[in-house]
Design a protein around this ligand. Sequence first.
Ligand code: CDP
Ligand code: MG
Length: 750
Amino acid sequence: VPKGSMNRMALNGSSTMKEHREEKLMKTREVENQIRKLRSVDDPTKKNMQGSKEMEELRQQLVVTSWERSRIRDKPTFGKRTSLPISQQRMDLPVYSMRSTLVEAVKANQFLVIVGETGSGKTTQITQYLNEEGLGRKGIIGCTQPRRVAAISVAKRVSEEFGCDVGDEVGYTVRFDDRTSRRTQIKYMTDGMLQREALLDPLMSRYSVIMLDEAHERTVATDILFALLKEAAKKRPDLRVIVTSATLDSDKFSKYFNDCPVIHIPGKTFPVEVLYADTPQMDYIEATLDCVMDIHINNDSGDILVFLTGQEEIDTCCEILYERVKTLGDAIGELIILPIYSALPSEVQSKIFEPTPEGSRKVVFATNIAETSITIDGIYYVIDPGFSKVNIYNPRAGMEQLVVQPISRAQANQRKGRAGRTGPGRCYRLYTESAFFNEMAANTVPEIQRQNLSNTILMLKAMGINDLLNFDFMDPPPKNMMVSALSELFNLEALDTKGYLTKLGQRMSQFPMDPTLARVLLSSVTNECSEEITTIIAMLSVQSIFYRPKDKQQEADRRKARFHHPYGDHLTLLNVYTQWENAGSNDQFCDLNFLQGRHLKKARDVKKQILTIVHQLRLPVTSCRGDVDIVRKTLVTGFFMNAAKRDAQEGYKTVMGGTAVGIHPSSALYGKAYEYVIYNSLVLTSREFMSQVTCIEPEWLLECAPHFYKAVDANSASRKRMKIAPLYDMYSKSQNSWRLSSKRNAKEKA
Ligand code: CDP
Ligand code: MG
C-alpha cells in the first residue's frame, strides 16, 4: 500500500465530510447567491460577465483548489451533440472499419486478443458481426462482463440494435436473473455465471464463440475462465475464444494464450487536458463538489463525470450538490445530477444515457463502473479524486473488507480517457502530480491475489481440479490465501483431511452462494427448517430492505423496531419477509413500514431460484414452525467461524483472532449484551462493526463445530460462563498439512 498524502486524504475524506458539510454549505450558498444577484443585475443575457471584477473575486472564493495546468494548453472546444439513426451510429464506431479483419481473424484463430479504447464498439458490435457471419448458428456467441449492470445494459442496447426483445435472439444471464431462451444467439452474462456453467459443461459445448470482455479488470472469475477455456479449446478445435482489453496488457494476454494474434482497434479519441491539484486535498468530497460547481459556473457546456468510491458517498454528494445548485436559481443553466452504481434499479440507471437537453448540463456521480464497463456520451469533464473501493481479503483474520484505496496509474489514465470521447476534454485530478507518479501503483493487483478464494476453490474442486499448485493461473494467488481458503472449506466440512471434496462439499458447490451460506442451507435440510433458512439467505443476498429517508428517520426507526426480533437480525429479516408476504406483498405495507418493496421482491425471486436448486437436488423443504432455536443453531453450522464474545472493554471480541468489534448501530441487537453472537460480516467504518448479528448459546459452537472448538475452563460451574476457544492446534496443524498439490503429484514429478 503506497504511503503518503493519498492515504491521509482517504481518511480525512470520510471522517470530516459530515462535520464540515453544513458550514461549507452556508458559505458557498452566500457566495453563490451574490453571484446570482450580480448576474441578473449586470447582464440579464448572461454575457459579458468575464470583465466584472467583483464577479471574479467572488469566483475566487468559490474555487478552493488552484490547478496546476500541465500538458496541453489549448482550451477545449465543444462539438454539437446529435442523435443519429441506430444503423448510422453503428457504422460510426471505430470498430466498424475493422469488421472484416476481425471476422477473418476469429475464423482463423482459436484465441484472439482485441485491444481498443473504451467506447470503440467492442462489446456491442463484435458479437453482432460474428452472428451476422453465421457463427451464431453453430452455437451461442457468449460475452462475459465482470459486472451485472454492464451485462444487462449492454444486452438491452444490443437487442435494440438487433431489433428484438431482450431474451429473444439477444439475451443475458446474471445471478438469479436469466433472460435467455432457445432462440438466443448472442448472450451477455457475468463472468461468474459462465464459470458456474463450466461446472456442468467444462467443454462449453453450447457455445461457438466466447468473448471474455474487460479482461483487464482481472476479476477472479475471468482469471479462472482464462485457464478453463484454454483447456476446453484443446479438446474443441471449433471453439473460439476472444479476450478484449482496454489497456495495454495485450502482450501478457497473448503470451498466455499460446502467442495468439493481437488486433488493435484504432481509437477515435481526442486530447484530454490534465489538471492536477496544487496541494493534497484534505477532503476529497468537498474538493469534488467545489470542482463541479466551479466547472458548472465558469465553463461552457459539456457533461461532467465524477468518480467516487461507493453508493453512500454518491448519494450524499448528489444530495449536497442538489442543495447547492438550488441556490443558483435560473441565472445559470440547469444542472442535472445523476448517480450510477450497480445497486441502482435499471430504470434509474438508464437515465444517464439520455441526451442532455440544450442549455443544461449533466453531472454523473459514478463508481468505477464508469471506468470501462459503461460509456456515457457527451462527457467533456472528468473529475477524479483518485480513490476506489476494493475488496481485500485478510487471510489471517479470515475476513474480507471493502477498503477505500488510491487507484493505480492505469486506472487514472482510463478515467481520464472518458473525457475525450466526444471532443477534446479536461480531467481534473484531485491529487498532486507528484502523488500520481510517486504514490500510485502502476497497475491494479488482480483480484485473485487479494480476495477470498473459498468459493472459487470449492468450484474447482467440484470440477475435479485438485492440484491447485499446477493450475494454469495467469497470475497465481499467494499461497497463504489458498491455504486459508482450503482451511475454511475444511472447517465447513466441504473438504476432507486430504483436501478432496466431500459429499457435502459436492452439494455445497451446486449453490451459487458463499460456501458458508451453502453450508447453512444444507444443514437446514437436516434440521428441518429449510423454509426459514432459504428466506433468510435470500434476504441476506439483497440490498438493505430498510428505508430511512432523511426527514423521517425517527419514524422509520420506530417502524423498523417493530420487526426487531429479540435474538437478532437474521430472525428480524425472517419477520419482515413473512409479514410482507402475509400482507399480500403489497406496496402500501412497504410504504407504511419504510421497507424497500423492490428489494423484497428481489428476495422473493432469489428464494425461488434457491428452491429450484433445492428441488433439483431432491432435498425436502420443511418449516420448523416458529422454533427459533433450531434456526439459530442452523446458522451456527455455517457461521461458527464468525463468533464473537462479549468483552468488558471492547464491547465484543471475535473468538477467532480476538479482534475488537462492535455491534452495528443498525442491528436489532444494538445496545443489547448477549454473551455470544455470530455475525454475517464485518464492516469497517469508524471502527470494526459486526453486521447482521444473532445471539447464540456457546455450547452450540461445540455442538455444531466440534472439529473447530473446544471448551476451556472446564471447572466453571455455570454453563453460561463456559468459555470457548478455537482449537488452534488443530487449525494450525491442518494448515501445515494442507496439500496444495497431492503427494501423488509430487511423486509423479520426481
Ligand atoms: O466495448 P466498448 O467499450 O468498446 O464499446 P461499446 O460498449 O460497444 O459501446 C459502443 C457505443 O454503444 C457507445 O459509444 C455507446 O454510444 C453505445 N452504447 C449505448 O448506447 N448503451 C449501452 N448500454 C452500451 C453502449
Ligand atoms: Mg466494452
